[in-house]
Write a new protein. Structure first.
Length: 229
């Protein structure tokens, strides 16, 4: 569907974000995301991501990790999943506004080895990789919907998020621009305990394409689980 020169899509995302404590200063980041194509027709992306977190002081976290990401590619009428290899590093700052409301700032650098697809013997095949680096800035807040003393440990909440993506290397291999995409998200969730949240919400994903392509607006329904073990 086209609107004002843009391609408009509707998809569904599922995400599970898990933090598993290893020691007083370190923890494991284990994540899985599943994303559909337009109108939930097929699987677009499978995104397992893993990393090691290091606590820096009381409110700062450094992480380094790797993701193996099968993503749908279409070439000459053939469609299938080809895997991107992605190394990533991030720095998180947790900022307290009140005892129950905070902001999370996340700065992430990604080194991406993106597959180039081709058709051989009538089948979609990976023929090569190209390199791209991307910088992301994410701002998220959780707003408890019920007043109470002390830290927020249980109950309904609203979640607000915005994330900006910028290309910082090999721009000509992707869309040719520094700006890559923006994701704005609003959700309603329930904190089951200090160690577990569940939420569902709406994300608007705007993606800048190359000069020969239409930009994309993706309307996304997302369900997410968070555990802190």
């Amino acid at each position: 569907m086209l609107s004002r020169g843009q391609q408009v899509q509707e998809s569904g995302w599922f995400a599970s974000f898990n933090t598993i404590r290893l020691s007083a200063k370190t923890s494991l980041h284990a994540e899985l995301q599943l994303r559909s194509t337009d109108n939930l027709a097929a699987m677009q992306t499978i995104l397992p991501r893993i990393g090691i977190n290091w606590m820096v002081g009381s409110n700062k976290i450094l992480t380094a990790g790797y993701a193996y990401i099968p993503n749908r590619v279409s070439v000459q009428g053939k469609s299938g999943l080809l895997a991107e290899h992605r190394f990533w590093q991030q720095f998180i700052i947790n900022q307290s506004l009140t005892k129950r409301i905070g902001l999370q700032h996340r700065f992430r650098l990604e080194e991406r080895f993106i597959p180039v697809g081709g058709v051989e013997n009538g089948e979609l095949q990976r023929q090569d990789y190209f390199f791209n680096a991307r910088l992301r800035y994410f701002l998220r807040s959780i707003l408890p919907l019920k007043k109470g003393p002390g830290a927020f440990g249980k109950g309904m909440f609203a979640a607000l998020l915005n994330e900006v993506f910028c290309n910082v290397a090999n721009l000509d291999k992707v869309n040719g621009y520094v700006f890559d995409q923006n994701r704005a998200y609003v959700a309603i969730g329930y904190r089951i305990s200090p160690k577990m949240d569940i939420e569902t919400g709406y994300m608007n994903q705007y993606t800048k394409r190359s000069a020969s392509q239409q930009n994309t607006v993706n309307h996304i329904l997302q369900m997410a689980f968070y555990t802190r073990l």
